[in-house]
Write a protein that binds this ligand. Structure first.
Ligand code: ADE
Ligand code: ZN
Length: 335
């Protein structure tokens, strides 16, 4: 099974570039920028990665991102992740980045976007990996701040495909961002949002009805509401499930209790993703491997998860078809 998963062609649809920051690289970049961090060693920093909830994690995640200063830093971070993709047969990835995490501390928007997008271009050339970018608004900040970010992004519109909504969910419902999502859609960005990770089913309803999202990040709590499940299926929206994130942030106690299989059996379109792999103990393949073991998924189910990852990506129909053909060939030779 592990070999089957490792070689399975797949896409990753829920990944925060700031969440790929491995302690080794973090220390290296901090040193390069003469920034003192609160931990004496890589091991000590890793030990701090034990979380009670989303906010616990976010506090340490924003601290880590604070050492990123130059375009080269953003390039190195992104290229390092794309090399991991190549090792795992991730053929396509949709990378979220949080501009406000950086612009709020004085880093220029263009430094962030140029570093990330240069790494994407190089990986396309050197590693044959396809990637696109999702600019995520931080929901703990104001809608006004999100509007400012939207404006800053416009000169770089050709490099960004979608907009997302992340950070502290509870108390920051999608309704807070209706206007900026409407304006983002007008600019041609595809809307997605984190919803129903810690927030209840109402947060998902709002993301659907008010933000008109085309994919749901997490969405675990949709199972609280039968009507909502029906609506998600009717609208043919996929859920980007992040199993190791869910256990790390105590959204789910144990992987054995994860509702992924229930969701699949209900007809919800689901995908497996890593969210913030440096913090949650596993890249995307480890998420597949651990979930397969915990829920006893068979090869056909793994194939469907990988197929969904291409089908519900934001690639053109022709590119989706090319990747799905590659997947189909792999599956028929390795059943
Ligand atoms: N930012 C990075 N990871 C996140 C998550 N799992 N939920 C909300 N915001 C995030
Ligand atoms: Zn996320």
């Amino acid at each position: 099974m592990e070999t089957f998963i490792n070689n399975l062609p797949k896409a990753e649809l829920h990944l925060h570039i700031e969440g790929t920051f491995e302690p080794e690289l973090l220390f290296k970049i901090a040193k390069r920028n003469n920034i003192k961090i609160n931990y004496d060693s890589v091991e000590e920093l890793r030990k701090a990665y034990a979380f009670d909830c989303l906010q616990d994690f976010l506090d340490i995640y924003y601290q880590g991102a604070g050492v990123l200063i130059t375009e080269q830093d953003f390039y190195d971070l992104t290229y390092h992740y794309l090399e991991k993709c190549a090792e795992q047969n991730v053929r396509h990835t949709e990378i979220m980045f949080d501009p406000q995490t950086h612009t709020e501390r004085g880093i220029a928007f263009e430094t962030v976007i140029n570093g990330i997008s240069k790494a994407v271009e190089d990986a396309q050339q050197n590693l044959d990996i396809s990637a696109l970018l999702i600019m995520s608004y931080l929901r703990h900040l104001s809608e006004e701040s999100a509007f400012k970010t939207l404006e800053q992004s416009l000169p770089f519109k050709d490099k960004i495909t979608a907009v997302g909504l992340d950070s502290s969910e509870k108390g920051n419902p999608p309704s807070k961002f209706v206007n900026v999502f409407e304006a983002s859609i007008k600019e041609g960005y595809i809307p997605v949002a984190h919803a129903g990770e810690e927030g209840d089913a109402n947060y998902i309803w709002e993301a659907l009805d008010l933000l008109e999202i085309k994919r749901i990040d997490h969405g675990n709590n949709c199972l609280q509401d039968e009507e909502l499940v029906k609506e998600i299926i009717k609208r043919d929206l996929a859920l980007t499930i992040c199993p190791l994130s869910n256990t790390a942030l105590q959204v789910v106690k144990d992987l054995k209790d994860h509702s992924l299989k229930i969701m699949m059996d209900l007809g919800l379109k689901t995908t497996i993703n890593s969210d913030d792999p440096a913090y949650f103990g596993g890249q995307v393949n480890q998420n597949y491997i651990d979930t397969q073991k915990a829920l006893n998924l068979n090869k056909e189910e793994l194939y469907h998860l990988a197929k969904n990852s291409f089908q519900y990506s934001f690639l053109s129909e022709s590119k989706k078809a090319t990747f799905i053909k590659e997947l189909d060939e792999y599956y028929s030779n390795n059943k």
